[in-house]
Design a protein around this ligand. Structure first.
Ligand SMILES: NC(=O)c1ccc[n+]([C@@H]2O[C@H](COP(=O)([O-])OP(=O)(O)OC[C@H]3O[C@@H](n4cnc5c(N)ncnc54)[C@H](OP(=O)(O)O)[C@@H]3O)[C@@H](O)[C@H]2O)c1
Length: 266
């Protein structure tokens, strides 16, 4: 059976995370292009065994699916070049804020498009990816989109508005978890433990908590109650988080991410 031909435009962190998943899944032939960094293309070619090109525009007509993994601000230029050579191929972007409305407005009429919002855990096939579909996506296109997303983790189809609102949680959220982990690792080190061991302790604690959240039917409050005996040590710690407005701080961070992405920052 012939493989799907995928052109990846962009060869940076997110492109490489997706290429890694696609290579493991082995249902596509991948060609990678970028802006000007030929060294990066050589690295990607050597690391993943994919073909690369410094003239991606010359190869669009041979492709089934085009994935844009370039910065949001590069989209206008890339979509303008793409529009000159595209002929009905499915176009996907992983860029923050570049929704299907934007893609459809910048590509020839009736181009099938989808906006994907993965996170960096895609490199471990553990992304929680949100996606939304444009007006001209068929069931067959959706099947291929889901195949791509399955290769990098779990996925959920949502409305465009929901992807805007939830991206700071599933896309930026890992950075908030790492920030939390960083503080804890430094605290562990104060007990005279090496950084390597401190990271191991904290990472396993986060993984265990994540596993409980994932597999247990209990809600976060029930899980907190299981840890926090009334009048005990954990309850004291949670009280301190309350006194410092932990919940409000997280809510505000999410709100400002949404506003920033939509250009409404304070
Ligand atoms: N990092 C994340 O956590 C994350 C999560 C979700 C979504 N995203 C989205 O993923 C996209 C890429 O992010 P990244 O972290 O992978 O960035 P990155 O590591 O900086 O890589 C950007 C890539 O885009 C290429 N590029 C830039 N301008 C271009 C142009 N005009 N034409 C063709 N290629 C161009 C660069 O080419 P060169 O190789 O020539 O420099 C580079 O390969 C962004 O839109 C971001 O919003 C990122």
């Amino acid at each position: 059976m012939s493989k799907e031909k995928i052109l990846m435009i962009g060869a940076g962190r997110m492109a490489q995370a997706i290429i890694n998943g696609l290579k493991q899944a082995d249902f596509s032939e991948i060609l990678v292009g970028n802006n000007t960094n030929s060294e990066r293309l050589e690295e990607v070619e050597a690391r993943f065994g994919v073909r690369t090109t410094n003239q991606w525009q010359n190869h669009v007509s041979d492709q089934d699916i085009i994935i844009l993994a370039v910065p949001p601000e590069a989209h206008e230029e890339v979509l303008t070049s793409l529009s000159e050579v595209i002929d009905g191929q499915l176009v996907l972007t992983v860029a923050a804020g570049i929704d299907v409305k934007y893609l459809e407005a910048h590509l020839p009429e009736q181009t099938p498009v989808s906006w994907l919002m993965p996170n960096t855990a895609a490199s471990k096939a553990e992304s929680m990816t949100l996606f939304t579909l444009g007006h001209y996506v068929t069931d067959e296109h959706e099947y291929y989109i889901e195949k791509i997303l399955f290769s990098i983790g779990q996925f959920k189809k949502l409305t465009e508005q929901q992807v805007h609102q939830i991206t700071p949680i599933t896309g930026s959220g890992p950075a908030f978890v790492y920030r939390f982990a960083d503080v804890l690792i430094k605290e562990v080190q104060k007990a005279g433990v090496t950084e390597v061991v401190a990271k191991q302790l904290v990472a396993q604690m986060v993984k265990g908590a994540s596993e409980m959240l994932t597999s247990d039917l209990k809600c976060p409050q029930d899980l907190m109650d299981e840890v926090a005996t009334p009048g005990g040590v954990t309850e004291k710690g949670l009280q301190v988080l309350d006194e410092h407005g932990f919940d409000q701080m997280i809510q505000e961070a999410i709100r400002q991410c949404v506003d920033f992405a939509s250009g409404n920052e304070d």
